[in-house]
Design a protein around this ligand. Structure first.
Ligand code: AMP
Ligand code: TRP
Length: 327
């Protein structure tokens, strides 16, 4: 059965971007595949984070995973830091990706551009190495991610070719799966910027009360003109709202634009707000109930034990291949 692997890092509150680009799609992989979905807590340490927040965010993501419809009997759900093989494989693989490659990563450039060298942690620089370890430990076939992570998966593919070229067919070549609609949700306050966990004005957080979500959509930046058409260059604000609507209704933004022919901006925004609330409200209620029940703890423990068995086999294979003595 094809293996699916993905993760979200607990660096802040999850956004509608996380939901439409990644989370919402995870349960659809449960049929006919073997999914591994984890909380990338080690990755969350790559920028300074308050320990209490890290813990809270990690629990939140576990509960959001379950609320999204992931069934822990089918999907192995776990914390990255609970499976020490991630760190061990990371230590080996860091020798097979190079400074030049890592320096070129868009995420690294974005995150480090405003920082002095003295403040940039090694982990931020080596972020894609750990991500490659995550993917490769489970012999993953498909990695569902939003567009921003595609470059990291490509780098992981380069690493596999390089490693296997040297040691034989040891690592499985993975492939990213980016959604057709919703791979890059933009900020509602600035449609030229990606919606990200660190921008409270332009974000819709999955934990926002529904009246706040509604208000954020109604006050989203729109564009000149009055017609609802999909044109990311001329009408980035409207196009982003069409993408959001399309991703929820599983249609392309162009198809969504057809639905709103003849609508005024105000009416259109109200329809998008209704759709988002219709989608997020029951999801949020499920999340709250799961969190309250505390069931995530056992699920994460079981998940880690299951993950470890598989991860350990791959780690041993890699250790042997590179010449480490496995006694
Ligand atoms: P992160 O928050 O960086 O851990 O991202 C978790 C997942 O959400 C990754 O697959 C990202 O590609 C995806 N993601 C994050 N922000 C967005 C966005 N604005 N639009 C679409 N997908 C996103
Ligand atoms: N880097 C991903 C993000 O920021 C999270 C992540 C870590 C991940 N390891 C992964 C995603 C492995 C897919 C596969 O979104």
């Amino acid at each position: 059965m094809p293996r699916i692997l993905s993760g979200i890092k607990p660096t802040g509150q999850l956004t509608l971007g996380n939901y439409l680009g990644a989370l919402r799609r995870f349960p659809s992989f449960q049929e006919g595949n073997e999914p591994f979905i984890f909380i990338a807590d080690l990755h969350a340490l790559t920028l300074p984070i308050d320990p209490k927040l890290l813990r809270e965010n990690s629990i939140d993501i576990a509960c959001f995973y379950l609320a999204s419809g992931l069934d822990p009997k089918v999907t192995t759900i776990f914390l990255q830091s609970s499976v020490s093989e991630h760190a061990e494989l990371n230590a080996i693989l860091q020798n097979y990706l190079y400074m030049g490659e890592l320096k070129r990563m868009t995420q690294f450039k974005d995150k480090s551009s405003k920082m002095k060298d003295e403040a940039i942690g090694m982990g931020l620089f080596a972020y894609p190495v750990l991500m490659a370890a995550d993917i490769l430990l489970y012999n993953s076939d498909i990695v569902p991610v939003g567009e921003d992570q595609n470059q990291h998966v490509e780098l992981c593919r380069d690493l596999v070719r390089r490693f296997n070229g040297r040691y034989g067919e040891i690592l499985k070549l993975p492939k990213a799966s980016v959604p057709e609609t919703g791979a890059r949700i933009m900020s509602l306050a600035d449609p030229h910027k990606k919606m990200s966990k660190s921008d409270p004005k332009g974000d819709i957080f999955l934990k926002d009360p529904m009246n706040v979500t509604r208000k954020k959509i109604m006050s989203a930046i729109t564009d000149c003109g009055s017609e609802v058409t999909y044109d990311p260059v001329e009408k980035p604000g409207i196009s982003n709202l069409l993408t959001i609507y399309g991703a929820i209704c599983e249609m392309t933004p162009q198809e969504a634009a057809n639905v709103f022919k003849g609508y005024r901006y105000g009416e259109f925004k109200k329809a998008v707000a209704d759709k988002v609330v219709e989608e997020l409200e029951p999801f949020q209620n499920r999340y709250l109930a799961i969190k309250e029940s505390g069931e995530y703890k056992d699920i994460l423990r079981d998940g880690a034990a299951r993950a470890k068995k598989i991860a350990h086999k791959t780690l041993t294979k890699v250790q042997k291949a590179v010449g480490l003595l496995v006694l």
